[in-house]
Design a protein around this ligand. Sequence first.
Ligand SMILES: *Cc1c(COP(=O)(O)O)cnc(C)c1O
Length: 243
Amino acid sequence: MVTALGERIETVRAEIARSCGRAGRNPSEVTLVAVSKTHPASVVLEAVQAGLRDFGENRVEEAESKIAAVMAQTGEPLGWHMIGHIQSRKAREVAPLFKMVQSVDSVRLAGKLAQALPEGRELALLLECNVSGESSKGGFAMRDWERDPAAVAGLAQSVGEIAALPGLTVRGLMTMAPIADEPEDVRPVFRSLRRLRDALEQQTGISLPVLSMGMTDDYPVAIEEGATMVRVGRALFGERATQ
Ligand SMILES: *Cc1c(COP(=O)(O)O)cnc(C)c1O
């Protein structure tokens, strides 16, 4: 039986493939992270049945119980991604729960995550960068970085310091684009993040292959601009009651 969710997954996958086609990219380069925030474990399990493996959550308390409930009922290896702002006192709970933390916004937070990581465990990180300059957005403040060599040098230093922490691997960058009437309007934001990644790789010598950018309203444009990870909620699970 093909469920409504199964159909929406197919629609999103087809759109990812079309966007890759326009950009001359291979769809296997793009990981679909299903943003399951506000939705119960039963919905995640349905999505696992339908073939999804990576899930994004933005609140620690919600994720803790949901991940436990889902993992108790599936044998599939799932990847859980933390995509929401983390208060440093919550680092202890976050570190052991997730495969990847995409919302790292300070060296201090990364240090707390490293301290809280169970012995022998590894945690992949993305540095969240605010390249649009919107004050409502979190992340390292990188507006106008192309005209601000000191800002790039500062972030490069942070990348180096975080990469040196035990158990942590910096894999790349994440950003959230502003809400816009037209997806085209946010193309410069995605292009800016990709160029910032290129600049950081050059300055640090550290490989940063992951670009997490693009959500329901703008993931096709993000893929055209080089996204290797898209975080899609509403297009898969429908409108959220909250948040
Ligand atoms: C909620 C959220 C998403 C998903 O947004 P949709 O518009 O539902 O696709 C992606 N990234 C972050 C950081 C989010 O908080």
